[in-house]
Design a protein. Structure first.
Length: 343
Protein backbone atom coordinates (compact mmCIF):
# COMPACT_ATOMS: atom_id res chain seq x y z
CA UNK A 1 0.00 0.00 0.00
CA UNK A 2 1.47 3.37 -1.05
CA UNK A 3 1.82 6.46 1.15
CA UNK A 4 -0.95 8.21 -0.80
CA UNK A 5 -3.28 5.31 -0.07
CA UNK A 6 -2.51 5.65 3.64
CA UNK A 7 -3.37 9.35 3.57
CA UNK A 8 -6.63 8.72 1.73
CA UNK A 9 -7.52 6.01 4.21
CA UNK A 10 -6.90 8.40 7.12
CA UNK A 11 -9.12 11.12 5.57
CA UNK A 12 -11.86 8.58 5.01
CA UNK A 13 -11.66 7.51 8.64
CA UNK A 14 -12.41 11.06 9.74
CA UNK A 15 -15.59 11.20 7.70
CA UNK A 16 -17.28 7.84 8.51
CA UNK A 17 -19.08 7.12 11.76
CA UNK A 18 -17.31 5.46 14.71
CA UNK A 19 -19.40 2.21 14.66
CA UNK A 20 -18.62 1.52 10.99
CA UNK A 21 -14.94 2.39 11.54
CA UNK A 22 -14.72 -0.01 14.44
CA UNK A 23 -16.20 -2.85 12.40
CA UNK A 24 -13.78 -2.16 9.56
CA UNK A 25 -10.84 -2.20 11.99
CA UNK A 26 -11.99 -5.56 13.36
CA UNK A 27 -12.21 -6.92 9.81
CA UNK A 28 -8.75 -5.62 8.94
CA UNK A 29 -7.22 -7.06 12.12
CA UNK A 30 -8.75 -10.45 11.37
CA UNK A 31 -7.20 -10.40 7.89
CA UNK A 32 -3.86 -9.39 9.37
CA UNK A 33 -4.07 -12.29 11.80
CA UNK A 34 -4.58 -14.67 8.87
CA UNK A 35 -1.66 -13.03 7.05
CA UNK A 36 0.62 -13.48 10.07
CA UNK A 37 -0.22 -17.17 10.23
CA UNK A 38 0.58 -17.70 6.53
CA UNK A 39 3.60 -15.35 6.21
CA UNK A 40 6.12 -15.63 9.00
CA UNK A 41 8.10 -12.54 8.04
CA UNK A 42 6.56 -10.04 5.59
CA UNK A 43 8.88 -8.25 3.19
CA UNK A 44 9.13 -4.53 3.91
CA UNK A 45 10.51 -1.74 1.78
CA UNK A 46 12.23 1.48 2.81
CA UNK A 47 9.07 3.51 2.26
CA UNK A 48 7.23 1.24 4.72
CA UNK A 49 9.91 1.84 7.33
CA UNK A 50 9.75 5.62 6.74
CA UNK A 51 5.96 5.51 7.18
CA UNK A 52 6.15 3.83 10.60
CA UNK A 53 8.94 6.11 11.75
CA UNK A 54 6.62 9.02 10.97
CA UNK A 55 3.74 7.31 12.81
CA UNK A 56 5.85 7.14 15.96
CA UNK A 57 5.74 10.93 16.17
CA UNK A 58 2.18 11.42 14.87
CA UNK A 59 0.26 8.70 16.72
CA UNK A 60 0.49 8.03 20.46
CA UNK A 61 -1.08 4.57 20.17
CA UNK A 62 1.15 3.39 17.34
CA UNK A 63 2.30 0.41 19.40
CA UNK A 64 -1.28 -0.96 19.63
CA UNK A 65 -1.91 -0.54 15.90
CA UNK A 66 1.38 -2.19 14.85
CA UNK A 67 0.92 -5.87 14.01
CA UNK A 68 3.34 -6.94 11.26
CA UNK A 69 6.58 -6.16 13.17
CA UNK A 70 7.58 -5.61 16.75
CA UNK A 71 7.74 -2.08 18.16
CA UNK A 72 11.44 -2.51 18.97
CA UNK A 73 12.08 -3.03 15.26
CA UNK A 74 10.60 0.36 14.45
CA UNK A 75 12.82 1.91 17.14
CA UNK A 76 15.87 0.31 15.50
CA UNK A 77 14.76 1.69 12.15
CA UNK A 78 14.57 5.15 13.62
CA UNK A 79 18.03 4.92 15.17
CA UNK A 80 19.51 3.61 11.93
CA UNK A 81 17.94 6.48 10.04
CA UNK A 82 19.29 8.94 12.61
CA UNK A 83 22.82 7.56 12.19
CA UNK A 84 22.57 7.66 8.39
CA UNK A 85 21.34 11.26 8.49
CA UNK A 86 24.17 12.53 10.67
CA UNK A 87 26.78 10.43 8.89
CA UNK A 88 25.86 12.06 5.60
CA UNK A 89 25.62 15.52 7.12
CA UNK A 90 29.00 15.30 8.84
CA UNK A 91 30.78 13.63 5.89
CA UNK A 92 34.22 15.28 5.58
CA UNK A 93 35.05 17.18 2.44
CA UNK A 94 37.83 16.00 0.16
CA UNK A 95 41.19 17.29 1.29
CA UNK A 96 44.68 17.12 -0.16
CA UNK A 97 45.95 17.55 -3.68
CA UNK A 98 43.60 17.05 -6.64
CA UNK A 99 43.79 13.69 -8.36
CA UNK A 100 46.31 13.48 -11.21
CA UNK A 101 45.12 12.14 -14.55
CA UNK A 102 46.59 9.08 -16.18
CA UNK A 103 47.79 11.14 -19.14
CA UNK A 104 50.18 13.00 -16.85
CA UNK A 105 51.33 9.74 -15.24
CA UNK A 106 52.14 8.31 -18.67
CA UNK A 107 54.00 11.52 -19.55
CA UNK A 108 56.16 11.19 -16.41
CA UNK A 109 56.94 7.57 -17.28
CA UNK A 110 57.74 8.54 -20.86
CA UNK A 111 60.16 11.31 -19.85
CA UNK A 112 61.95 9.10 -17.32
CA UNK A 113 62.18 6.23 -19.83
CA UNK A 114 63.47 8.33 -22.71
CA UNK A 115 65.99 10.23 -20.54
CA UNK A 116 67.80 7.77 -18.30
CA UNK A 117 70.11 10.51 -16.99
CA UNK A 118 67.25 12.64 -15.63
CA UNK A 119 66.14 12.56 -12.02
CA UNK A 120 62.90 13.71 -10.41
CA UNK A 121 63.91 17.42 -10.14
CA UNK A 122 64.87 17.56 -13.82
CA UNK A 123 61.64 15.86 -14.93
CA UNK A 124 59.55 18.15 -12.66
CA UNK A 125 61.23 21.20 -14.20
CA UNK A 126 60.54 19.92 -17.72
CA UNK A 127 56.90 19.30 -16.80
CA UNK A 128 56.54 22.89 -15.58
CA UNK A 129 57.81 24.07 -18.96
CA UNK A 130 55.09 21.90 -20.55
CA UNK A 131 52.41 23.46 -18.32
CA UNK A 132 52.17 20.80 -15.58
CA UNK A 133 52.98 21.92 -12.03
CA UNK A 134 53.86 18.60 -10.38
CA UNK A 135 55.75 18.11 -7.12
CA UNK A 136 59.08 16.28 -7.21
CA UNK A 137 57.75 13.65 -4.78
CA UNK A 138 54.92 12.87 -7.20
CA UNK A 139 57.36 12.59 -10.09
CA UNK A 140 59.57 10.27 -8.04
CA UNK A 141 56.52 8.12 -7.29
CA UNK A 142 55.61 7.49 -10.93
CA UNK A 143 58.92 7.67 -12.83
CA UNK A 144 60.40 4.48 -14.27
CA UNK A 145 63.04 2.83 -12.11
CA UNK A 146 66.18 1.94 -14.02
CA UNK A 147 68.36 -0.98 -13.05
CA UNK A 148 71.52 -0.22 -11.01
CA UNK A 149 74.19 1.13 -13.29
CA UNK A 150 71.64 1.62 -16.07
CA UNK A 151 72.00 5.40 -16.14
CA UNK A 152 74.65 5.19 -18.87
CA UNK A 153 73.69 5.85 -22.46
CA UNK A 154 72.25 3.06 -24.54
CA UNK A 155 73.77 1.60 -27.69
CA UNK A 156 71.13 3.29 -29.83
CA UNK A 157 72.02 6.68 -28.32
CA UNK A 158 75.73 6.09 -28.84
CA UNK A 159 75.20 5.10 -32.48
CA UNK A 160 73.06 8.16 -33.21
CA UNK A 161 75.63 10.53 -31.69
CA UNK A 162 78.56 8.97 -33.60
CA UNK A 163 76.75 7.83 -36.75
CA UNK A 164 78.49 10.16 -39.19
CA UNK A 165 81.97 9.07 -38.05
CA UNK A 166 81.36 5.37 -37.37
CA UNK A 167 81.81 2.28 -39.49
CA UNK A 168 80.93 -1.32 -38.71
CA UNK A 169 82.35 -4.56 -40.00
CA UNK A 170 81.40 -8.22 -39.88
CA UNK A 171 81.78 -11.56 -41.66
CA UNK A 172 79.30 -14.00 -43.17
CA UNK A 173 79.80 -17.25 -45.06
CA UNK A 174 78.64 -18.54 -48.46
CA UNK A 175 79.02 -22.20 -49.66
CA UNK A 176 80.38 -22.83 -53.14
CA UNK A 177 79.28 -25.40 -55.71
CA UNK A 178 82.07 -27.68 -54.46
CA UNK A 179 80.86 -27.31 -50.84
CA UNK A 180 83.72 -25.08 -49.82
CA UNK A 181 83.13 -22.17 -47.47
CA UNK A 182 83.90 -18.63 -48.59
CA UNK A 183 84.05 -15.74 -46.13
CA UNK A 184 82.64 -12.34 -47.06
CA UNK A 185 83.91 -9.29 -45.16
CA UNK A 186 81.64 -6.22 -45.18
CA UNK A 187 82.44 -2.68 -44.00
CA UNK A 188 79.45 -0.31 -43.68
CA UNK A 189 79.29 3.43 -42.97
CA UNK A 190 76.58 4.20 -40.44
CA UNK A 191 75.74 7.74 -41.44
CA UNK A 192 75.10 7.16 -45.14
CA UNK A 193 74.43 3.37 -45.05
CA UNK A 194 77.03 2.96 -47.80
CA UNK A 195 78.95 -0.29 -48.18
CA UNK A 196 82.56 0.92 -48.15
CA UNK A 197 84.17 -2.43 -48.77
CA UNK A 198 83.18 -6.00 -49.53
CA UNK A 199 85.87 -8.66 -49.74
CA UNK A 200 85.82 -12.42 -50.31
CA UNK A 201 88.40 -15.01 -49.25
CA UNK A 202 88.60 -18.70 -48.50
CA UNK A 203 91.22 -18.30 -45.77
CA UNK A 204 90.57 -15.21 -43.66
CA UNK A 205 93.18 -13.97 -41.18
CA UNK A 206 94.04 -10.81 -39.28
CA UNK A 207 96.42 -9.49 -41.99
CA UNK A 208 93.86 -9.94 -44.80
CA UNK A 209 91.13 -8.32 -42.69
CA UNK A 210 93.41 -5.41 -41.76
CA UNK A 211 94.29 -4.81 -45.43
CA UNK A 212 90.59 -4.66 -46.39
CA UNK A 213 90.02 -2.17 -43.56
CA UNK A 214 92.83 0.03 -44.91
CA UNK A 215 91.27 -0.05 -48.39
CA UNK A 216 87.82 0.79 -47.02
CA UNK A 217 89.02 3.78 -44.95
CA UNK A 218 91.63 4.99 -47.45
CA UNK A 219 89.08 5.35 -50.23
CA UNK A 220 86.80 7.48 -48.03
CA UNK A 221 89.07 9.83 -46.08
CA UNK A 222 86.54 12.66 -46.43
CA UNK A 223 84.22 10.89 -43.96
CA UNK A 224 86.63 11.60 -41.05
CA UNK A 225 86.00 8.22 -39.46
CA UNK A 226 86.74 7.88 -35.75
CA UNK A 227 85.07 4.63 -34.54
CA UNK A 228 84.71 1.08 -35.76
CA UNK A 229 82.25 -1.44 -34.31
CA UNK A 230 83.09 -5.13 -34.41
CA UNK A 231 82.38 -8.32 -32.52
CA UNK A 232 84.76 -10.47 -30.45
CA UNK A 233 85.81 -12.84 -33.24
CA UNK A 234 89.43 -13.97 -32.91
CA UNK A 235 90.01 -13.11 -36.55
CA UNK A 236 90.46 -9.49 -35.44
CA UNK A 237 93.98 -10.14 -34.17
CA UNK A 238 96.90 -7.89 -33.33
CA UNK A 239 97.49 -6.94 -36.95
CA UNK A 240 93.93 -5.67 -37.27
CA UNK A 241 94.16 -3.74 -34.00
CA UNK A 242 97.42 -2.06 -35.06
CA UNK A 243 95.95 -1.00 -38.42
CA UNK A 244 92.79 0.35 -36.79
CA UNK A 245 94.86 2.39 -34.34
CA UNK A 246 97.11 3.67 -37.12
CA UNK A 247 94.03 4.81 -39.05
CA UNK A 248 92.79 6.75 -36.01
CA UNK A 249 89.88 4.39 -35.35
CA UNK A 250 88.73 3.61 -31.84
CA UNK A 251 87.44 0.03 -31.63
CA UNK A 252 84.00 -0.47 -30.07
CA UNK A 253 83.73 -4.17 -29.25
CA UNK A 254 80.22 -5.53 -28.79
CA UNK A 255 79.29 -7.72 -25.78
CA UNK A 256 79.26 -11.48 -26.11
CA UNK A 257 76.25 -13.02 -27.90
CA UNK A 258 74.81 -9.55 -28.63
CA UNK A 259 74.50 -9.18 -32.43
CA UNK A 260 71.94 -6.42 -31.98
CA UNK A 261 74.77 -4.17 -30.75
CA UNK A 262 76.12 -4.28 -34.29
CA UNK A 263 72.68 -3.98 -35.80
CA UNK A 264 73.59 -1.97 -38.92
CA UNK A 265 76.13 -4.55 -40.06
CA UNK A 266 73.77 -7.42 -39.23
CA UNK A 267 70.99 -5.83 -41.26
CA UNK A 268 73.13 -5.17 -44.35
CA UNK A 269 74.39 -8.76 -44.21
CA UNK A 270 70.80 -9.95 -44.03
CA UNK A 271 69.99 -7.81 -47.07
CA UNK A 272 72.92 -9.22 -49.05
CA UNK A 273 71.83 -12.75 -48.19
CA UNK A 274 68.14 -12.27 -49.05
CA UNK A 275 68.67 -10.23 -52.21
CA UNK A 276 71.89 -11.73 -53.57
CA UNK A 277 73.79 -14.73 -52.20
CA UNK A 278 70.68 -16.81 -51.39
CA UNK A 279 69.88 -16.82 -55.12
CA UNK A 280 73.25 -17.87 -56.54
CA UNK A 281 75.71 -20.77 -56.25
CA UNK A 282 79.24 -19.35 -56.61
CA UNK A 283 81.81 -21.41 -58.46
CA UNK A 284 84.80 -19.98 -56.67
CA UNK A 285 86.18 -16.96 -54.84
CA UNK A 286 86.49 -14.83 -57.98
CA UNK A 287 82.91 -15.52 -59.01
CA UNK A 288 81.48 -14.56 -55.61
CA UNK A 289 83.71 -11.47 -55.48
CA UNK A 290 82.30 -10.22 -58.79
CA UNK A 291 78.69 -10.89 -57.69
CA UNK A 292 78.87 -9.19 -54.28
CA UNK A 293 80.72 -6.19 -55.72
CA UNK A 294 78.03 -5.74 -58.35
CA UNK A 295 75.36 -5.97 -55.66
CA UNK A 296 77.27 -3.52 -53.42
CA UNK A 297 77.38 -0.99 -56.26
CA UNK A 298 73.62 -1.48 -56.82
CA UNK A 299 73.04 -1.20 -53.05
CA UNK A 300 74.92 2.12 -52.82
CA UNK A 301 73.67 3.82 -55.97
CA UNK A 302 70.25 2.44 -56.90
CA UNK A 303 68.53 0.48 -54.12
CA UNK A 304 65.85 2.37 -52.16
CA UNK A 305 66.26 2.41 -48.36
CA UNK A 306 63.47 2.99 -45.85
CA UNK A 307 65.90 4.57 -43.37
CA UNK A 308 66.88 7.12 -46.04
CA UNK A 309 63.30 8.12 -46.86
CA UNK A 310 63.20 5.92 -49.95
CA UNK A 311 66.47 7.18 -51.41
CA UNK A 312 69.78 5.39 -52.03
CA UNK A 313 73.00 6.10 -50.05
CA UNK A 314 74.23 7.93 -53.16
CA UNK A 315 71.27 10.19 -53.89
CA UNK A 316 69.37 9.33 -57.04
CA UNK A 317 67.88 11.73 -59.52
CA UNK A 318 64.19 12.46 -59.09
CA UNK A 319 62.36 12.17 -62.39
CA UNK A 320 59.09 13.88 -63.27
CA UNK A 321 56.16 12.07 -64.84
CA UNK A 322 56.29 14.27 -67.96
CA UNK A 323 59.78 13.15 -68.99
CA UNK A 324 60.58 10.23 -71.30
CA UNK A 325 59.38 6.65 -71.11
CA UNK A 326 60.38 4.44 -68.20
CA UNK A 327 63.35 2.22 -69.02
CA UNK A 328 64.87 -0.66 -67.03
CA UNK A 329 68.42 -1.84 -66.56
CA UNK A 330 69.09 -5.35 -65.33
CA UNK A 331 71.25 -6.01 -62.26
CA UNK A 332 72.75 -9.44 -61.51
CA UNK A 333 71.31 -10.93 -64.66
CA UNK A 334 67.80 -9.63 -63.97
CA UNK A 335 67.60 -10.48 -60.27
CA UNK A 336 66.99 -6.75 -59.76
CA UNK A 337 66.21 -3.87 -62.08
CA UNK A 338 67.05 -0.16 -62.01
CA UNK A 339 64.42 2.17 -63.49
CA UNK A 340 64.85 5.57 -65.03
CA UNK A 341 63.34 7.68 -67.80
CA UNK A 342 64.69 7.99 -71.29
CA UNK A 343 66.18 11.38 -72.07
Amino acid sequence: MSTLSHVLFALRALLVDRRRLTLENIALRQQLAVLRRSVKRPKLEDRDRIFWIGMVRALDTWRETLLIVKPDTVVKWHRAGWKAYWRRKSKPKKIGRPAMGWDLVYLIKRLSKENVLWGAPRIAAELRVLGHDVAETTVAKYMVRHRPGGSSQRWATFLRNHMANTIACDFFTVPTVAFKTLYVFVVLHHGSRRILKVGVTEHPNAEWTAQNLVEAVGDHEALHLTHIIRDRDTIYGDAFKRKAKALGLEEIITPKASPWCNGFAERVIGTIRRECTDHIIPFDERHLQRVVREFADYYNRERCHQSLDGDAPVKRRRWSDVEGDVTARRVLGGLHHVYSRAA
